[in-house]
Design a protein around this ligand. Structure first.
Ligand code: UD1
Length: 420
């Protein structure tokens, strides 16, 4: 089975260009079905979830070309409104197409979306939002048939600020008659990128980044050129990797205001972090004692950085806790870190990190994307060789990971079969 072999103990040092954000690229690519004309997306991360989205768009009849980090999409001649189950299963973000297809065709046929197994991940808030605009959902043979030929703008208050539901409702609302207001909307920066893109195409949305988004529907959308924003989770991952190995890093294409939480706690631990426009420099030596974090919707501590933070604290922290409030099955990485010598235990929703330890290289298995990144980080910090199996999870969300780690001086290679 495929995986990464990592020889630990080398400090990661140098500069790294952060790729476009996975969580912005996927909803934006889905949104392109709302437009007529050519869209050129640049800084698209080279990850397998983007490949899956490209496959879905082609299946819907869009003309799509992908060359490295540039993807062009022309949805003028789109002919389908149904997504086959095998594509839906490949990733969570396939669900955004429900809102986009409803707006474009008045109908969407989907099945339950796939994605990492990090918790229950229902889509009730998405569906309730679409239904408030007049859509009707029927389940037949395991498929969800959502019809809404005459969507109407309305006020929708989300019971929880779900990122995906906010984006899905925004997309459907662009095709609705009148104004839709989403209250208690998610505030993640990726939602602002979606707003920017749709407005550039001729739409009218305001309020993204706040808890109240207003969408004026019924605008005719054309294609445009759009550069995807930098990936704040990838930036956080490399910052922890470098500091965890005792190195230093210069992150390019990173908006410091999106990284407030990790930057604040690293500064508190004694590391030197310098933020400038679109770059962050992180260096120095520090340690964290007795700190506690609780994951929360943005601008809170990001759940997508929880496993990487735990790996970092296993080596650079002492008596720390992370409370996971968003995805209840996000702890699978912990047993693998324990195999490597980490002093970690799980108690209910909390990860408790006891003493800081020197980790030892072991054979470990990634079971989801961010947990996989945490294990790679652990391997880079550990003594000896670590093999991280199940590379496919990590490739869903980290663009050119091996290349970037090697440029920073880390030793990582991909293998197809583990040596006996
Ligand atoms: C997005 C991100 C993911 C990140 C997560 C939280 C993308 C492609 N993925 O996922 O990387 O970890 O935000 O920051 O942007 N919930 C419901 N009902 C719903 C929808 C969500 O109960 O209809 C719950 C979920 O089970 C979870 C919480 O709300 O407990 C947050 O989910 P949500 O914000 O929707 O995350 P995603 O959009 O799936």
């Amino acid at each position: 089975m495929e995986g990464y072999r990592i020889r630990g103990g080398r400090p990661l040092e140098g500069e790294v260009e952060i790729s476009g954000a996975k969580n912005a690229a996927l909803p934006l690519l889905a949104a392109s079905v709302l437009t007529r004309g050519e869209n050129t997306f640049s800084s698209v991360p080279e990850i397998s979830d983007v490949d899956s989205m490209v496959k879905i768009l082609k299946g819907l009849g869009c003309s799509v070309k992908k060359e490295k980090e540039t993807v062009t999409v022309d949805a003028s001649n789109m002919s389908e409104c149904s997504i086959p189950e095998e594509f839906m299963k490949e990733m969570r973000s396939s669900v955004f197409l429900a809102g986009a297809l409803l707006a474009r065709c008045g109908e969407a046929v989907i099945t339950s979306p796939g994605g990492c197994d990090i918790g229950r991940r229902p889509i009730d808030i998405h569906i309730k939002g679409l239904e408030s605009m007049g859509a009707r959902m029927e389940k037949r043979d395991g498929r969800m048939i959502i019809k809404g030929p005459l969507l109407k703008g309305t006020k929708i208050r989300l019971k929880y600020p779900s990122v995906g539901a906010t984006e899905n409702i925004m997309l459907a609302a662009t095709g609705a008659e009148g104004v839709t207001v989403i209250e208690n909307s998610a505030r993640e920066p990726e939602i602002e990128d979606l707003q920017k893109y749709i407005n550039r195409c001729g739409g009218r949305i305001s309020g993204a980044g706040t808890g109240r988004i207003e969408i004026e529907g019924g605008k005719r959308l054309t294609g445009c050129s759009h550069r995807i924003m930098g990936d704040r989770i990838e930036a956080g991952t490399y910052m922890f990797m470098a500091l965890g190995t005792g190195g230093c890093i210069y992150l390019k294409n990173t908006e410091p205001s999106h990284m407030e939480y990790p930057v604040r706690f690293l500064k508190g631990g004694g590391w030197d972090i310098f933020c400038r426009e679109n770059t962050i420099t992180a260096k120095g030596r520090g340690s964290l004692r007795g700190c506690s974090f609780s994951t929360a919707p943005y601008p809170g501590f990001p759940t997508d950085l929880h496993p990487q933070t735990a790996a970092f604290l296993a080596v650079r922290g002492r008596d720390c806790e992370i409370e996971e409030n968003i995805f209840e099955k996000r702890f699978k990485y912990a047993k693998e870190l324990i195999k490597m010598g980490a002093d970690i235990e799980i108690s209910g929703k909390k990860v408790i990190i006891g003493d800081n330890k020197i980790l030892c290289g072991r054979e470990v298995e990634a079971e989801d994307l961010r947990g996989g990144a945490a294990l790679i980080m652990a391997g880079l910090m550990a003594e000896g060789t670590t093999t991280v199996g199940n590379t496919r999870y990590i490739k869903r969300g980290y663009s050119r990971l091996e290349e970037k780690i090697r440029l920073l001086g880390g030793e990582i290679t991909e293998y197809v079969q583990r040596e006996p």
